[in-house]
Design a protein. Structure first.
Length: 230
């Protein structure tokens, strides 16, 4: 039976009543290796982590997580090579390029890049991967453990249609199917808010309108001044 866990919201292990919120114990069961537990013991948090109680399955995406994923325009994928070295790669696309096929399955188009195929090669020998999806403006972070399989889209027209991005200028070489093992919402600590053009547009709209009005007024005054001088 899997352990039950709670996550310490502020990382303050010395508090008499620390702020806790429940997290998927499945995720921590995977992450909590003997080495991790030894590090917890050495840092004085071993007893805290060993005495969790809680129960929230993490092998299926609830509606909130699925909606969060469907809005993202990038993610980070960590794989491990045959030499044991980890490799982290950024994958991006237009918002919604990560398809939520069902509550346990995601898919993305694998675009042609620098043609090193490091992640592709790593996944061919070990399909386990760790994903991080960020929402910088709202300081949210979703972590995922998954098995990833590369699919030849010429042999799977149904998947090809699902990951297609009409109008997006990129060559899709294959589809990547991500089979969820566990997920975990991370705390917002130390996430610096960053804003893209889409987030800034509403805030900048009044300023741009004001600048346009001032430019029009300036042109009108220049025209009147030129008419007087002429």
């Amino acid at each position: 039976m899997a352990e039950k866990h709670y996550f310490l919201l502020r990382g303050d292990f010395g508090r008499a009543k620390p702020e806790l919120y429940p997290v998927p114990y499945d995720y921590l069961d995977i992450a909590s290796t003997p080495g991790v537990r030894a590090a917890q013991e050495a840092s004085g948090s071993g007893e805290f982590w060993a005495n969790f109680e809680g129960d929230r399955p993490s092998d299926r995406l609830p509606r909130e997580a699925a909606a969060f994923i469907a809005e993202r325009d990038s993610l980070y994928i960590a794989t491990v090579s045959e030499s044991g070295w980890p490799y982290v790669q950024h994958r991006g696309g237009p918002p919604g390029f990560i398809r939520v096929l069902d509550e346990k399955t995601l898919a993305i188009p694998d675009f042609r890049g620098n043609r090193q195929y490091i992640s592709t090669g790593n996944l061919a020998t070990d399909d386990r991967a760790a994903l991080i999806l960020m929402d910088y403006p709202n300081r949210r972070r979703l972590k995922i453990y998954a098995h990833i399989e590369a699919k030849d889209l010429t042999a799977d027209p149904e998947l090809a249609a699902k990951v297609a991005l009409p109008g997006y200028r990129a060559k899709i070489e294959r589809g990547l199917i991500m089979h969820l093992v566990a997920f975990d919402w991370n705390c917002p600590q130390h996430i610096t808010p960053r804003f893209g053009e889409a987030e800034l547009a509403p805030a900048l709209a009044p300023l741009r309108a004001r600048l346009e009005a001032l430019e029009a007024e300036n042109q009108s005054l220049r025209a009147k001044l030129a008419a007087k001088e002429g």
